[in-house]
Each structure stands twice: as C-alpha cells, then as structure tokens.
Design a protein around this ligand. Structure first.
Ligand SMILES: O=C(O)C1=C[C@@H](OP(=O)(O)O)[C@@H](O)[C@H](O)C1
Ligand SMILES: C=C(OP(=O)(O)O)C(=O)O
Length: 405
C-alpha cells in the first residue's frame, strides 16, 4: 500500500551521474588511450557494462548486453581498431537497428560484417587499412542520434577526420550537441553547420572531469511533484547550464505547477497551483522523458498529445505500445500512431491498484512509479529493470515515503 497519508513530498536526494555523459567520457578516455580522473561517473548498468568492455578490449568476443550507447559507441571504436572482434548484445539489442552506422563506417573504410540479420547486431569488425579511410560520409539522422555520436567520437583520430552529411530529420539533436560539447571539453574543435558536421584530425587532450547528475532521472521527481499537493524536494548534482537536452523538463513542468529553483547543490522543486487541462509536446529532442510525461498526464487527467515519438519503437521495448497497453489497463483511452501518443482520457478511477508490466525497460518502471502517489497500490512486474540507468531508484522513492511497489 502507498504509505503517504497526504500527498506531501519532502526530502533531499543526490542523483546519479548522467549515463549519456558518463559513456561519452569513457569512450573519449579509451580513444585517447590515457587515464584521467572522472568524478561522479554514473553507476548505471549501461555505464558499468561499457567500462567492463573497455577493460577487456583485447578479447575476441565482446558483449554490450542491453546498453544501446555502449553497443553503438563500441561499434565505431572496434571498427576503427579493426581487430576482427565480434560485438554481441541481448536478444532485444539484436532487434535494434545498427545498419545506418555500420554502412557509414564501411563507406569510410571499415570492414563490418553482419553475423546475423543484415542491418542488426551481432557484428564482426574485420581488419582494414586505416590510411585508406575516406573523409566524407552521408548518414541518415532519423533512426538514432547514437550512430552520429559514435562516429563523431572517433572522428578526430581518423587520418582525414570526418565530413559528415546528415540526411533526413535530425532526431535526438541535443545528444549530438552533447557529444560535440564534451569533445570540445577535451580539446576537439568541430563545426556543425546546417546538415554538415566537420571534424578535422586532432588529438584529445586529457583533463579531470566531473559528470553532472542525470536530468532524465530527475524527470521522475518532476512527475511526483506535479502529482503532489505540496513539495519541498531538493535534488542534488543537477546544473542549470547543462549539456543534457532533458534539462528542458524545467520549462515543460512550469505549466504543471512544478517550480524549479537552482541553488548551490542542485535544484529545489516546489509545487504551485495550476489548472492545466490540455498539453501538446513534440518529444523529438527529448525522447527519454516521453513516458514520464504520458503517465503523469494520465494521472492528472490532462488531455495530452505527444508527438515526435518515432524512435521510441526501437528502444528497450516499443515504448509507444508499452505505455498504451499499461495505461489502458488503468482505464485510460489512448490513441497511438507510429510517432505519437494521445492520452484522450486519463486515470479517472484513482481507487485502484496498478500491476505494471515493465517490458525489460527501466523507463517503464520509473515512469509509472509516481502513480503510487495517486493510486492505492502500484506493483511492478520487475523492479530490477531500473538498474539500467538508476540502480538506487527504489531506495530514493522509499526514502520519500513511497513504499511497497
Ligand atoms: O546518445 C545518447 O546518450 C542517447 C541518445 C538517445 O537515443 P536516440 O538517439 O536513439 O534517440 C536517448 O534515447 C538515449 O537514451 C541516450
Ligand atoms: C534509450 C535508452 O538507452 P539506450 O538506447 O542507450 O539503450 C534509454 O536509456 O532510455
């Protein structure tokens, strides 16, 4: 049962480091081939998986498990090295496309072979002649920005650098900018103009680096505060000037009555009165908070249309489908297309218990967890899924008085 007597939130939580930043910094360190101090590295499973891979780089078969960024970043790294290594992943990873990245790398000069279905993991990165690698490559930007980030990370150490032409709609754009910003921190100058990103050959420069806290993880607390009656919730480690696109949650949540005050340690979230009934948002730049927004709107009975969701179908699960199924179980009316989700009717019956299917997706569990503030009970099919990005998630929710999931 939910243990909070009133919907009052109070507490102070120190958030985990951003897994997107952590994984980029680990790749930069590996490409540089020299250790430097990294403070606040994420303890997400996706980050420990990547760290593990980078500690056994000589092994013939490597397994990135369920970690998308790890798989994509390692594909480019191992293709550059060309040591005949095989890169495996989970069953779901083998359903997540990689063809756009593998084809681009092969176009440059790599020798990547598909060991299973064409366009999908597992892959083998065969030997090649690095001196012959080309400079210019075209790449579809509408499937996953991780392909572009993967290529950019190795770009400075390629003989001619890279001139990358982006084709089609650029999705998850802030993640590409994050890659370039972090590369710049380590001395790399790149130019992004319209559809072209140019990275001349250069050397990464080592420096000590502190990872900011994870704004995607913060989104679950914004949802909690939006569902609360009153809140004084301090989240430590977040920065106002962030390289993470998901920091847009600060602006989005104003209309849901969540006030953000930046302070020395991070942010303070408080609750203000609001009367929102309709919400429309294009999530192309912040796909990872789409589930948070959908579930929160359903709980608030806000009629919400979320668009720009085309990449959600190829993430840990088909997230459009999973959210629709789980919200419909709670009596919601949900309409979906290949790239949108419309909460037509939210959760009207609050006097019920939820049994949430988690679909091997950390964000399904974390997005539905705030419902414990408004429903009688919320039972998760698999609580362990949160480990992918936020292993301490349930401890932190328990600390706020949200227990018995
Ligand atoms: O580069 C990154 O760190 C990420 C990019 C996004 O993926 P897509 O570009 O596939 O949308 C995001 O969903 C993922 O969680 C992390
Ligand atoms: C989509 C995600 O991760 P990845 O693509 O790196 O597996 C995520 O963390 O929501």
């Amino acid at each position: 049962m939910m243990t909070l007597k009133t919907k009052k939130l109070q507490g102070e939580i120190t958030l985990n480091g951003s897994k997107s930043i952590s994984n980029r910094i680990l790749m930069i360190q590996a490409i540089l081939g020299e250790e430097f101090p990294i403070l606040g590295l994420s303890n997400a499973k996706d980050t420990t998986t990547l760290k593990g891979l980078l500690s056994k780089l000589h092994e013939p078969i490597l397994d990135a498990g369920e970690a998308g960024t790890a798989y994509r970043f390692m594909t480019a790294y191992l293709a550059w090295k060309g040591n005949n290594q095989v890169l495996m992943g989970t069953k779901r990873m083998c359903e997540r496309p990689i063809g756009v990245l593998a084809d681009a790398l092969n176009g440059l000069g790599a020798q990547i072979h598909y060991l299973g279905k064409k366009g999908y993991p597992p892959l083998q990165m065969k030997t090649h002649e690095i001196d012959g690698w080309k400079q210019r490559v075209c790449m579809g930007a509408d499937v996953s920005s991780q392909f572009i980030s993967a290529l950019l990370l190795i770009a400075p150490v390629l003989p001619k650098g890279i001139e990358l032409i982006l084709e089609g709609k650029v999705i998850s754009r802030p993640y590409i900018q994050m890659t370039l910003n972090l590369m710049e921190e380590f001395g790399i100058l790149a130019l992004w103009h319209n559809d072209m990103i140019k990275v001349p050959p250069q050397k990464y420069q080592p420096k000590s680096f502190r990872v900011e806290a994870d704004w995607s993880a913060a989104s679950y607390y914004y949802s909690l505060v939006a569902l609360s009656d009153s809140a004084q919730l301090q989240l430590n480690g977040l920065q106002e000037k962030s390289v993470q696109g998901d920091a847009v949650i600060v602006d989005i949540m104003k209309q849901f009555g969540v006030k953000t005050t930046f302070n020395k340690k991070g942010i303070l979230l408080t609750k203000e009165p609001t009367e929102i009934t309709h919400f429309k948002y294009d999530c192309s730049d912040c796909p990872d908070i789409a589930q948070t927004l959908a579930v929160m709107c359903a709980a608030l009975e806000v009629n919400a249309l979320l668009t720009g969701l085309e990449t959600l179908t190829i993430k840990e699960t088909d997230r459009i489908h999973a959210v629709k199924v789980e919200l419909e179980k709670l009596g919601c009316e949900i309409e979906t297309t290949a790239n949108s989700l419309w909460v037509k009717k939210g959760i009207t019956n609050k006097n019920q218990a939820a049994r949430v299917g988690t679909y091997d997706d950390h964000r399904m569990a974390m997005a539905f967890a705030p419902l414990a503030l408004v429903l009688n009970q919320v039972k998760m099919e698999d609580k362990q899924v949160v480990n992918k990005s936020y292993p301490k998630f349930w401890d932190d929710f328990n600390y706020l008085g949200l227990t018995n999931y």
